[in-house]
Design a protein around this ligand. Structure first.
Ligand code: DX5
Ligand code: ZN
Length: 229
C-alpha cells in the first residue's frame, strides 16, 4: 500500500548568510516542513542558533517549523522557542532534568497549542518513552549521534522507528521522524520501518545535486512499503 512520507528540511549545513534564498529554494523543491537544529554547546559539542533565528525562519515561511532542541535545559528556554513560532517542539529524553520537569515542559508546549515531541539518541531504548508517549505528538528517532550534520546513517537505531510507531498505535496526529544521514539511498530503510517524516539535511545542499530531485527521491523511496509476510 502506498504511504505518503513527508520531508522536513534541516538547514544546519545550509548557507546562513542567505537564509531567505535557502528557504525559497527548499520550498520550491517541495519540502513539507522545516527542521531547525538548536544546539547549545553543552548537551551536544556544537553550537548552532537560538530562538531569534527560529523567529527569523518563522517570518520567512509558512511551512510548519519543527524545533529540535539539543539543549541541556529545555524547561528553562521552552517559552522562548514557543514565542519564536515553532509548530512542534522536541527535546531530548536524555537531558538531566527530572521526570516531573519533563512532563511539565510537555504540558507547557501542549498548553500553547503546539505539538510536543521527545527525541531519542542512538543508544536510548524506546522504552525510555513509556511514561511520556501518551502526551506526545511526535518522536524523533536519531539515526546519528546528535551534534553535527552530514554524518553517516546508522541502520541499527533506525529499527526503533517501528517500535515507536507501534507505541503510538493508530492514534491520529502522531508522527515518527527519522533524523540523521537520511537521503535517497537510506530513505527506503526508514520507510520500511514506517517512518512518517524524513529529516533531510546535507543531502539537500550538495553542489551539483538537484534539491527537488533529492526530495522526490526520498519521498518515493521512503513510501515504498515492503510486501507483508
Ligand atoms: C543532527 C541533527 C540533524 C542533522 C540532519 O544532530 O539533529 O537534524 O543535522 O542533517 P543530515 O541529513 O546532514 O544528517
Ligand atoms: Zn535534528
Amino acid at each position: 500500500m502506498a504511504r505518503s512520507v513527508q520531508v522536513s528540511a534541516s538547514i544546519t549545513t545550509a548557507d546562513f548568510g542567505n537564509l531567505y534564498r535557502v528557504i525559497r529554494k527548499l520550498e520550491r523543491a517541495g519540502v513539507d516542513r522545516m527542521h531547525l537544529d538548536v544546539m547549545d554547546g553543552h548537551f551536544v559539542p556544537n553550537i548552532t542558533f537560538g530562538p531569534d533565528v527560529v523567529a527569523a525562519v518563522r517570518r520567512l515561511t509558512r511551512l510548519p517549523i519543527d524545533a529540535h532542541l539539543m539543549i541541556s535545559e529545555p524547561a528553562r528556554y521552552i517559552d522562548r522557542f514557543i514565542a519564536a513560532g515553532a509548530d512542534t517542539l522536541t527535546f531530548h529524553i536524555e537531558v538531566a532534568e527530572s521526570d516531573e520537569t519533563k512532563h511539565e515542559t510537555i504540558a507547557t508546549i501542549r498548553g500553547a497549542g503546539r505539538v510536543p515531541g521527545l527525541a531519542i539518541s542512538p543508544e536510548t531504548p524506546p522504552s525510555a518513552l513509556d511514561d511520556y508517549i501518551a502526551d506526545l505528538g511526535m518522536v524523533i528517532v536519531m539515526t546519528v549521534e546528535p551534534g553535527f550534520g552530514a554524518q553517516h546513517f546508522m541502520p541499527g537505531p533506525a529499527a526503533k522507528i517501528a517500535d515507536v510507531r507501534r507505541m503510538f498505535g493508530d492514534r491520529p496526529d502522531t508522527q515518527v521522524h527519522a533524523d540523521g544521514g537520511v537521503a535517497a539511498d537510506t530513505a527506503a530503510i526508514v520507510g520500511g520501518y514506517g517512518v512518517d517524516v524524513c529529516i533531510v539535511g546535507s543531502a539537500l545542499f550538495q553542489r551539483g545535486r538537484d534539491t527537488a530531485l533529492e526530495v522526490q527521491a526520498v519521498k518515493r523511496e521512503a513510501a515504498y512499503a515492503p510486501p507483508e509476510r
